[in-house]
Design a protein around this ligand. Structure first.
Ligand SMILES: C[S@@+](CC[C@H](N)C(=O)[O-])C[C@H]1O[C@@H](n2cnc3c(N)ncnc32)[C@H](O)[C@@H]1O
Length: 248
């Protein structure tokens, strides 16, 4: 009886844990591909996130998944999914609002001063590591509001990220009512579409005039070249380099 119990536990632990070797290989892979360093203390977080992927693939063990990554030449096809589950995508509208206050009070004015000879300059903004788009759309709201009042400029925004899953959400531009809570009320009324079917609505969509000025593309910050216009005026690069090594 005692033997049977020991057997049962040992089988479960092989199903439920990554081997130290496979964990180390995944850590190295993610660090070399996208710069994100997964700390050795994060093994259980990595396992919890990978379980989602194992379920999608109908796999029952981490060993089977490691086999797909490292032994069956499945890496190229699987890497985007691995990146989707292992990146931390936390973001918010008006996150650290002082940055957007500075944009409004100083930065746009200073840039426009250097371009006063242009009749209607277009300000180009790049949200690098944009996650699900809250930073890009927050910027779009602030700039739309300013442009509407001054009529002095146009703008275009590019959001980029290495996770295809967050880019998909950003392009659609649908958010829960909890997510849009930090957006000031007047901007909520102007820049969000509210569903008439649900009362109260659970989700809202970014208004089409903001979506038209905002594009989202895949870009890995570890790549040697960035296919982004060279004349970008403002770059937001926030809450991503904290995951990289100093050298990267
Ligand atoms: C914590 S979110 C920050 C989002 C937003 N900048 C903000 O401050 O709210 C970090 C984002 O960086 C992205 N990321 C991580 N490594 C990247 C890389 N090598 N290239 C581009 N994006 C990366 C992740 O996919 C994630 O969406």
């Amino acid at each position: 009886m005692q033997f049977a119990q020991t057997q049962m536990f040992s089988t479960q632990s092989t199903i439920d844990q990554l081997s130290a070797r496979d964990f180390a290989r995944i850590v190295d892979l993610i660090s070399s591909e996208i710069g994100v360093r997964l700390h050795s203390t994060k093994q259980s977080m990595v396992e919890a996130r990978l379980r989602r992927r194992l379920r999608d693939l109908q796999m029952t063990s981490f060993a089977e998944y490691s086999d797909l990554l490292f032994r069956r030449a499945g890496l190229e096809a699987e890497l985007p999914h691995l990146v989707n589950v292992l990146t931390t995508n936390k973001t918010d509208f008006f996150r650290e609002p002082q940055h957007f206050e500075l944009l409004r009070s100083t930065i746009v004015r200073d840039i426009l001063a250097t371009r006063r000879l242009e009749r209607l300059p277009t300000l180009k903004v790049w949200s690098a590591a944009c996650s699900t788009g809250a930073e890009a759309y927050t910027t779009a709201m602030v700039l739309s509001d300013m442009a509407e009042k001054s009529g002095a400029f146009r703008y275009s925004i590019l959001g980029t990220d290495v996770s295809t899953e967050v880019l998909h959400k950003a392009r659609i531009g649908i958010y829960s009512t909890e997510q849009i809570a930090p957006i000031p009320q007047d901007m909520q009324r102007k820049y969000l579409l509210w569903s008439r079917r649900e009362n109260p609505p659970k989700e809202v969509r970014i208004a089409p005039e903001l979506r038209r000025r905002t594009n989202f593309n895949y870009l890995n910050l570890m790549d040697p070249h960035y296919p982004v216009d060279r004349d970008v005026d403002i770059i937001f690069l926030r809450n991503v380099l904290i995951y990289f090594s100093k050298e990267d």
